[in-house]
Design a protein around this ligand. Structure first.
Ligand SMILES: [Fe+2]
Ligand SMILES: [Fe+2]
Length: 314
């Protein structure tokens, strides 16, 4: 098993690139450790406001009677998807940790990131249980189904993982923050602090990705093209994910506008400035062209969505 893992850490996963990124990864990790604040999930929860489930409620819940908190369906879908996504942490850890030797700064980062992410499911679940915001029986069944499947985005290279996480962390930030708008003051505060963590995670991955563009621009451009064109939020293993994602998008919690708002500056002059990278390989040139066309198209879709939403609200 260990031999197989060592082999997997070979060049196909980007071991050479990772080694070249040792110094910037360490610098970004130290920066993160300086700016990340310690926070305590249990401090946010109004424990005294919770209720014990009655025997009747338990029987009804177990028998599939849907518990309704009265929140809009979009908020319930977002809470369900956001929490179950956070619950899948063991598989994300597995996917990222095999890309690095244990003592490489990337390995240190992966464990720090895991510890921080673990707070997210803790605090969101505790809040939902106290407030009974979503059906707890459906939630637990969903968690069991999702985690026993272990379905997460898998990457063939470190370059792909860096691009995906550079987009996914800010996308998750947006989703948490916008979900908070449906909740009471306690819920909003919780979603805001979780979103703050995701923001710092995004900064780290984007920083390492920037350094990787300096080392191997062609590989990174090709990875960006792949990941942008096929990007999906990480919750695809969640029961009913596609349906929930549609509801979440229709409510404007997370949709193409947000995706475009994240990707455009990342690939543009404020970010990796992909248009002006020189000396790309022929296949990276093709990938760049495809990427720029795709993001332009995405911009038109995002604009139409903005206009539609403006028309509805006026
Ligand atoms: Fe998270
Ligand atoms: Fe995160």
């Amino acid at each position: 098993m260990i031999d197989a893992m060592s082999e997997m850490r070979g060049s196909d996963l980007g071991a050479d690139l990772l080694e070249e990124l040792r110094e910037p990864t360490e610098r970004l990790l130290n920066h993160h450790l300086n700016v990340a604040k310690m926070w305590f999930p249990f401090e946010f929860i109004p424990w005294g406001e919770g209720h014990t489930y009655s025997d009747e409620e338990i029987e009804a819940g177990r028998n599939g009677t849907v518990y309704d908190s009265g929140l809009p369906q979009a908020a319930k879908s977002a809470l369900y998807v956001n929490l179950l996504t956070e619950d899948n942490l063991p598989y994300y850890y597995n996917e990222t940790s095999i890309k690095s030797p244990f003592d490489h700064p990337w390995g240190v980062w992966t464990r720090q990131w895991t510890a921080e992410e673990d707070r997210h499911s803790t605090v969101i679940r505790d809040y939902l249980m106290i407030r009974r915001s979503i059906d707890p029986w459906a939630l637990e069944k969903g968690r069991m189904q999702q985690e026993s499947k272990g379905e997460i985005p898998r990457f063939n290279s470190l370059a792909d993982a860096l691009i995906y996480t550079s987009i996914q962390e800010p996308a998750t930030k947006v989703s948490h923050r916008n979900t908070g708008k449906y909740l009471d003051a306690v819920g909003r505060k919780i979603m805001a602090i979780v979103a703050g963590d995701e923001n710092l995670h995004g900064n780290f991955y984007q920083g390492v990705a920037s350094a990787a563009f300096e080392v191997d621009p062609s590989t990174m451009v090709e990875a960006t093209n792949r990941q942008v064109q096929h990007f999906q939020m990480p919750g695809t293993g969640i029961p009913g994910f596609a349906e929930h994602a549609k509801i979440i998008a229709a409510a404007g919690i997370y949709d193409y506008r947000h995706f475009h708002e994240i990707v455009e500056p990342l690939i543009g002059s404020e970010g990796w400035d992909i248009e002006h990278i020189e000396n790309l390989t022929p296949s990276a040139e093709v990938a760049r062209e495809e990427l720029l066309v795709y993001v332009q198209k995405l911009g038109r879709v995002a604009l139409r969505r903005k206009e539609k939403l403006a028309a509805i609200s006026s």
